[in-house]
Design a protein around this ligand. Structure first.
Ligand code: GLN
Length: 554
């Protein structure tokens, strides 16, 4: 990862807070704008963290449907959180904890539990001050020990759900010295039919922000192109901020270029000056600039990877897409990911996979699409196509091998087929009791021991690795003997849990019970993904070599 400069922050300056709200519509990428600003502050030598506020009533994202919210991101402490936290981890290269995702469910649950315990001493418990106090406490606690804390409020200003948060932030700003808090409002600047940048939506949304008692210090306009000078002047005039405080966030080809764009616009410098930190920041020439080098790496080729999943939505597999990009930065290739509908796979068999250089079967829950995933595994195994199976993908590789190599007819995961004659994937016996009580998911970072002289060993360069988990089922210990012979090798284990499998004699066939995609960062790509791309590149080079040879002999 980019070498982080030592932070030399004077604690008497207090924590600095950047509160980020969004206007006009959701999905503007305010999280990326915020994370990009954070990245630049880190480059300038500050210790930066982030908090994502999700104003929904779910306590966490664990039960949320990926179709609605994208993937559930898993933190090292096992927190199941909004995928925006993944962006913060990737941009800031900092590990977050569950405390960095504040939800209405979490806040209300806590306040209500306190009320039941009699902690409010008979007072009427109300949104203001009790819920708002709890929000402020959570923000302060998450920021403790860092220099700058970015707090992003999910949704759009004006949403009923967001009101308690905006009120809490208003109070927060009132309690803090003015130079410690900066309000950033991210809005949309659309084009009119005749090609003019329109500021009216921004004006309206800022009016809304101000009616709640907040005044943005900075406005960032999302637009296809950079904002024109006259657009910025208009926004400044009507929203009552200096023209220098209006920034553009134009479309870029890759989200990792956003820090470069906001740096060119001078957003980081403006923030530093607002906080009175320009003297504290590392001089321009000494700032870490590895990020720029990494994300602008020249690409020398393209590889095609099939992702055989259930959801036709990139966000549902965001961390996998990002991990492939990071591995691509490392190896200098562009990765084109083709989603292949696992539901269709069983019918179309390998048709859909031809033309792909590698196959990924991602994690997932439930029966739908499993036969298609099994077909994909089989195709990759039999044709020597580089393969990476993640969590459910690992389990499907075990099932496919049991059925088609070991001849265990009808083998399956007990999750998909409780009546299977060969439950090669099942709940571990010690989990049965806990299962009855609900909550059985194995979550968060756990260590895996790696067998020396295996592919896993070569990839990780170590005899252990610590990766994040989110699963309930495991390889059934009753079948360990059946799997004992080569070519299948369980090269990573944790006690009686099988964590990594590989196939000897195959160019690249790796399954992991864990999710390596949650720890991948630009500049610190995840070993299983780098291995996959390396195998693809080697194979394509060998093919090209073969072709060249044939041409010569003819
Ligand atoms: N459904 C499987 C299990 O619970 C795999 C989970 C996953 O892929 N995240 O074990």
């Amino acid at each position: 990862m980019p070498t982080e400069p030592d932070t030399h922050y004077d604690p008497s300056l207090g924590n600095k807070f950047i509160f980020v709200t969004g206007g006009v519509m959701s999905g503007l990428g305010k999280g990326i704008t915020a994370a990009s600003t954070g990245r630049l502050l880190k480059n300038a030598g500050f210790d930066v963290t982030a908090v994502k506020i999700d104003p929904y009533l779910n306590v966490d994202a664990g039960t949320m449907n990926p179709y609605q919210h994208g993937e559930v991101y898993v933190l090292k402490d096992g927190g199941e959180v909004d995928l925006d936290l993944g962006n913060y981890e990737r941009f800031l290269d900092e590990d977050m904890t569950s405390d960095h995702n504040i939800t209405t469910g979490k806040t209300y649950q806590h306040v209500i539990e306190k009320e039941r315990a009699g902690d409010y001493l008979g007072k009427t418990v109300q949104i203001i001050p009790h819920v708002t106090d709890d929000i402020k406490r959570r923000v302060r606690e998450a920021a403790a020990g860092t220099d700058v804390c970015i707090v992003e409020v999910g949704g759009t200003v004006g949403d009923i759900e967001g009101m308690p948060y905006l009120e809490a932030l208003r109070q927060f700003a009132h309690e803090e010295p003015e130079e410690n808090v900066l309000f950033v409002h991210v809005t949309l600047v659309p084009y009119s039919k005749n090609g003019e940048q329109k500021t009216k939506p921004t004006q309206h949304s800022v009016k809304e922000v101000r009616s709640i008692g907040l005044q943005p210090d900075v406005i960032v306009g999302r637009c296809d192109d950079p904002l024109e000078r006259t657009t910025k002047e208009k926004i400044a005039l009507f929203c009552d901020i200096p023209t220098e405080a209006v920034f553009s966030n134009p479309d870029v080809e890759d989200v990792y270029h956003v820090p470069l764009v906001v740096e060119d616009e001078g957003l980081d410098q403006y923030v530093l000056e607002h906080f009175g930190l320009d003297g504290e920041a590392l001089p321009e020439g000494e700032r870490a600039n590895d990020w720029r080098r990494i994300v602008t790496t020249e690409k020398e080729g393209e590889v095609e990877v099939a992702l055989v999943g259930k959801y036709d939505l990139e966000d549902a597999y965001m961390s996998i897409h990002e991990s492939l990009k990071h591995a691509g930065f490392e190896l200098g290739v562009d990765v084109n990911v083709h989603w292949v509908d696992a539901d269709e796979m069983a019918d179309y068999h390998a048709e859909r996979l031809r033309g792909s250089d590698g196959v990924i079967v991602p994690g997932g829950f439930g029966m739908r699409g499993t036969e298609g995933k099994l077909e994909a595994v089989r195709y990759a195994r039999e044709n020597g196509i580089p393969f990476l199976g993640l969590c459910l993908g690992f389990q499907m590789a075990v099932v496919e091998y049991a059925r088609n190599v070991l001849g265990l007819e009808g083998a399956h995961s007990a999750e998909m087929d409780p009546e299977t004659p060969h439950p090669v994937i099942d709940i571990l016996p010690e989990q049965y009791e806990v299962e009855d009580m609900g909550g059985t998911m194995r979550l968060g970072a756990h260590e895996t021991e790696i067998e020396p002289d295996t592919l896993a060993h070569e990839l990780y360069g170590d005899t252990s690795c610590t990766e994040r988990h989110r699963h309930r089922y495991e390889v059934n210990p009753e079948y360990f003997d059946a799997f004992a012979d080569e070519p299948l090798v369980f090269s990573g284990t944790a006690g009686n849990r099988m964590e990594v499998l590989e196939l000897e004699g195959h160019p690249y066939f790796l399954g992991t019970q864990f999710h390596p995609e949650y720890k991948s960062r630009p500049g610190r790509p995840s070993p299983p993904f780098v291995g996959l791309l390396e195998a693809i590149i080697d194979r394509t080079d060998a093919d090209a070599g073969d072709r060249a040879e044939t041409e010569v002999t003819h």
